[in-house]
Design a protein around this ligand. Structure first.
Ligand SMILES: NC(=O)c1ccc[n+]([C@@H]2O[C@H](COP(=O)([O-])OP(=O)(O)OC[C@H]3O[C@@H](n4cnc5c(N)ncnc54)[C@H](OP(=O)(O)O)[C@@H]3O)[C@@H](O)[C@H]2O)c1
Length: 330
């Protein structure tokens, strides 16, 4: 029996193109002692994958080597096992790669419940949820009645940040790239304001929404909204720099905000990446699962079909055409 996988064969200079990847066919291996074979059912496409494709050795995680299966996280079922911690039939989540099947010693896998839809797990309890949870509660440390601005607010991380902040009693201003996304944020998720950063009067709309200034800024994008938001920060405001997707495909990053403003307003700005907080995932996952079950968090998943849809599909994250968590169903 054989299965398909996608390897990285070239590094992107700017945008991600199909010629960076090769679809290969592999024979199902014979398992060694302690190994398991996973039949992958769902893969998560994440903006971080763009960074993993680049040659940068100074990042928080080493790059994918050329010729290796492209790194990606996913969900699957153990179909053969020589590891008693992971019996056949278990459902698992972990870094599996863009592949239909994956062999593992279990170190990259966690057993997950079978009764929660895969889309809910990947959208809420997995990376987007723990990122939103950590960035909001541990980095920004929100207080009731504060005003928070979230960029890529209709995305998987941003939509959860905004909902959790709203549930705590903050005034939530979401920034997104289409009117459809803004309507979803206001009408379905209950954001106080949702502003399309592509509107000509974006800054005017932001000023009239943030009448008391901005206390907290959850930054997912960089790009044209960043300076306008920064300029409206209140004294002692806090900024969590989670992602800068507007910069990932550029050769030279855009200049950041003015450092004098950081002094004058005594701002706290903190970047963070979730692999540093791996030990907190069970705690955050439990809290997110409870919020999901109580109906306190809504999500939407954008599902593509088939392994090969992953290579062009990932670009939906950069064009903004994804509506919610981008997932490949195998
Ligand atoms: N620090 C960490 O550990 C960590 C973990 C997970 C994710 N992240 C970061 O969090 C951010 C959101 O990730 P996600 O998985 O939730 O993705 P997402 O928000 O679901 O999807 C990406 C969105 O980014 C927006 N975007 C793309 N290009 C843009 C541009 N030039 N200017 C403004 N917006 C742009 C698009 O929405 P619009 O239609 O609204 O433009 C697109 O839908 C990313 O920057 C990611 O790298 C960081």
């Amino acid at each position: 029996m054989s299965y398909k996988a996608i390897t990285l064969v070239k590094r992107p200079e700017t945008e991600i193109s199909n010629d960076l990847f090769e679809v290969i066919e592999r024979n199902q291996p014979k398992l060694g002692e302690g190994q398991v074979l996973v039949q992958v059912t769902h893969l998560s496409l994440d903006p971080a994958m763009r960074g993993w494709m680049s040659a940068d050795e100074n990042s928080y995680i080493p790059p994918v080597k050329l010729g290796e299966v492209m790194r990606a996280s996913g969900i699957g079922e153990i179909i053969d096992s020589k590891n008693e911690r992971f019996p056949a039939g278990s459902r698992v989540m972990g870094l599996m790669g863009l592949t239909e099947q994956s062999v593992s010693d279990g170190s990259n896998l966690n057993i997950i419940p079978k009764d929660i839809p895969a889309e809910a797990i990947l959208s809420v309890v997995a990376l987007p949820g723990v990122t939103a949870y950590h960035g909001l509660f541990k980095v920004l440390q929100p207080e009731e009645n504060q005003t928070i601005v979230v960029t890529s607010a209709a995305g998987s991380v941003g939509s959860l940040v905004g909902q959790m902040a709203k549930n705590m009693g903050l005034t939530v201003i979401g920034i997104a790239g289409s009117n459809e996304k803004c309507q979803w944020l206001k009408n379905e998720l209950g954001f106080d304001y949702a502003i399309n950063y592509k509107s000509e009067d974006f800054e005017t709309q932001l000023k009239s929404a943030a009448t008391d200034g901005i206390d907290l800024f959850f930054e997912n994008t960089g790009g044209i909204a960043q300076h306008a938001i920064f300029n409206l920060m209140n004294a002692h405001g806090r900024i969590a720099v989670c992602g800068l997707i507007a910069e990932y495909n550029k050769e030279t990053p855009a200049p950041g905000p003015d450092w004098i403003g950081i002094i004058k307003k005594r701002l706290t700005i903190q970047g963070f990446t979730m692999p540093d907080h791996f030990n907190k995932f069970p705690e955050y996952g439990q809290a997110l699962g409870e919020m999901l079950m109580k109906g306190d968090l809504k999500y939407r998943a954008h599902v593509l079909e088939g392994l090969e849809s992953a290579t062009s599909g990932i670009n939906l994250l950069f064009s903004g055409e994804n509506k919610g968590k981008l997932i490949v169903k195998l």
